[in-house]
Design a protein around this ligand. Sequence first.
Ligand code: HPA
Length: 278
Amino acid sequence: MTTALATATPATIASSTQVLAQRLGTLRPQVAIVLGSGWGAVADQVQDAIDVPYADLPAFPRLGVAGHAGLLRAGRIGGRDVLVLAGRKHAYETGEADGMKGVIRTLAAFGVTLLIQTNAAGSADPVMRPGELMLISDHLNLVQRSPLFGDSGNDRFVDMNNAYDAELRRQARAAADAQGLVLHEGVYAWFIGPHFETPAEIRMVQRLGAQAVGMSTVPETILARHAGLKVLALSLFTNMAAGIDDQPLSHAHTLAIAKAGEAHAVKLMQVLLASLQP
Ligand code: HPA
């Protein structure tokens, strides 16, 4: 059994939910936000913050990547109660897609109904540029792994139609438009990484109809839909994908451009939280 599987059991999920209830008092946010690279400053926007380290939540993963701290922060952004999750376990760390299983199931047990996911991504579409944002309309699970491997029961056969809620996307586009924020929309193709794609792989996903490529998000969307949560997901482009321009790809470059796009990302998140009606 892998560490991730061992972490997310009904018992650890129940005790994580209890810890949250003890630490947060009467606060019961319905919206949770998973922060990816470039989105870390969203955590600084939280008012009346209560912090709970992942280490205090037995169903939560232990993290190891630079730039991804493991912290749950509860409070308010844009007048709305939120749980902000700084740090995700990626499938490229272990080869397993279920690293966030305990997180998503704890959120569901705690009463969360909407998961807003964020990530850094490469753009496979020449009109979508580094520093710009994209609403994910759908995904390609190219990795063909599921965080539900090993689960039993009929509800593991999750309907992935409308995985990225169409009505919430409509609201998000309207909110971004009203503020004059550029928000592209497109399909996110999941590669397991941690290596970047080859130019041939990027030509492949272009033909398959994807605009963004990245190494996260898809497993959490599957887990969230399985748990009955709605999902909204946003990519911050940190680079043109392999072969599109002459830029060499590196994690340092991803983090540097993510930092530059951060203000834009924070603004969009504030606008969304002030206006979405999940
Ligand atoms: N590919 C995969 N993941 C990424 C990229 C990319 O080009 N940029 C940021 N995350």
